[in-house]
Ligand binder design. Structure first.
Ligand SMILES: [Zn+2]
Length: 370
């Protein structure tokens, strides 16, 4: 039987939890990590209708895009909508997992999915995740080089793209005088010692640093190894918000809007720009992407597709240079459902877990009245 913990780990492989914005709230929001599960409903939001759909489908829980628990709550009671939802979920023994900004930014996440849906080519990340890389420099006696390097790699250092155990070593001479109370591996107390050492350099994600330092201390022969840590400005090019790419066949803005409507299966969208403008390069950001307007413009987009644009976003943008298209929040994020469902089905189908996409109910709160 598959445990909920395994599903959490699988989602972490697709959309690492630590990619989420600091203001966000992702992960297991309701439920027990060690529970067994067989049926999961995937939806953008967990509203009343989706909850009832889940009950009808006899699911063990829900995986949603917009976190159910977002703002702190002080009571779980029937006086509030969220209190009622939590009580119902717990009463029905249903879990809730939210994958939000982590899957927006993931290498194979929502924005990548959207870019591929529009059949863009030469897809790049609009705003790569800021680096959290550090360079670790360790000075080690030559004969311990392999041990130290392997221990560091084992703890998560030295990965560059598809290459592992990447390091650089430089020969030199280290000097030290062991103190009166020290217990030196090499040398004598109170006497200057000169030792042939290697300056070993490896990079690592900052989150692995504690484990790497511990690993060095286990294998390094010195009582007090010399270790330097340098923050890096390199970008992690794998993950990030938004995408930018090219249409295979450049087309007029009106035709590009038709294409967007067709690919996203929507009837309408809001657009600002000259209908005759030729569109080659398209930038996208799922959900509320106002903050990336200037970024998209700087990168030469002819059209920026996002949602939740305001009057002043339109008036404040040179739409002759870059057309703005608002396709609606739900419409740019509903691909979460097939993306997550297909991914988890591939992982767990053989174990008898059924992943059910919530296709019958649109959780878009807005409709257009004509
Ligand atoms: Zn959203």
């Amino acid at each position: 039987m598959v445990k909920l913990r395994q599903v959490m780990e699988a989602i972490n492989q697709l959309a690492p939890w630590d990619l989420a914005e600091t203001w966000d709230n992702v992960g297991l929001q309701v439920g027990m990590f060690d529970r067994d599960l067989q049926r999961i409903l995937v939806a953008v939001d967990l509203n009343k209708a989706v909850f009832e759909e889940g009950l009808q489908q006899k699911v063990d829980g829900f995986i949603i895009h917009h976190p159910l628990l977002f703002k702190p709550i002080s009571a779980i009671n029937s006086n509030s909508l969220i209190g009622t939802q939590l009580l119902n979920l717990i009463r029905q023994d249903c879990f809730v997992i939210a994958a939000h900004t982590n899957i927006d930014k993931a290498e194979r996440g929502i924005n990548q999915y959207l870019a591929e849906q529009l059949e863009l080519t030469k897809i790049e990340i609009l705003e790569p995740v800021a680096s959290e890389l550090v360079k670790i420099v360790v000075f080690t006696p030559e004969e311990y080089l392999t041990q130290v390097r392997e221990a560091m790699a084992e703890a998560g250092a030295g990965v560059i793209g598809d290459y592992h155990e990447c390091s650089f070593g430089l020969k030199g001479v280290g000097t030290f005088i062991p103190g009166a109370n020290s217990n030196p591996f090499i040398g004598t107390n109170n006497q200057l010692e000169e030792v042939a050492e290697i300056r070993l350099e490896m990079i690592a994600p900052k989150k692995n640093l504690t484990a790497i330092l511990k690993a060095i201390m286990v294998v390094h022969p010195y009582e007090e190894p010399a270790i330097d840590l340098y923050p890096l400005l390199n970008h992690d090019s794998k993950h990030g918000l938004g995408r930018i790419g090219h249409l295979v066949n450049p087309m007029k803005l009106t035709d590009a809007c038709k294409l967007i409507k067709e690919k996203l299966q929507i009837n309408e969208l809001r657009v600002a720009g000259n209908p005759e403008k030729m569109i080659k390069k398209i930038a996208i950001c799922s959900g509320s992407g106002r903050s990336l307007i200037s970024n998209a413009m700087r990168q030469g987009a002819d059209l920026y597709l996002t949602a939740d644009l305001t009057y002043h976003d339109y008036t404040g943008t040179d739409t002759e240079g870059m057309a703005l298209v608002d396709a609606g929040h739900f419409s740019t994020e509903k691909c979460f459902i097939p993306l997550m469902s297909n991914y988890l089905s591939d992982k767990f189908k053989a174990d008898g877990v059924e992943i059910i996409p919530s296709t019958s109910i649109s959780t878009d709160p807005y409709q257009s009245l004509k």
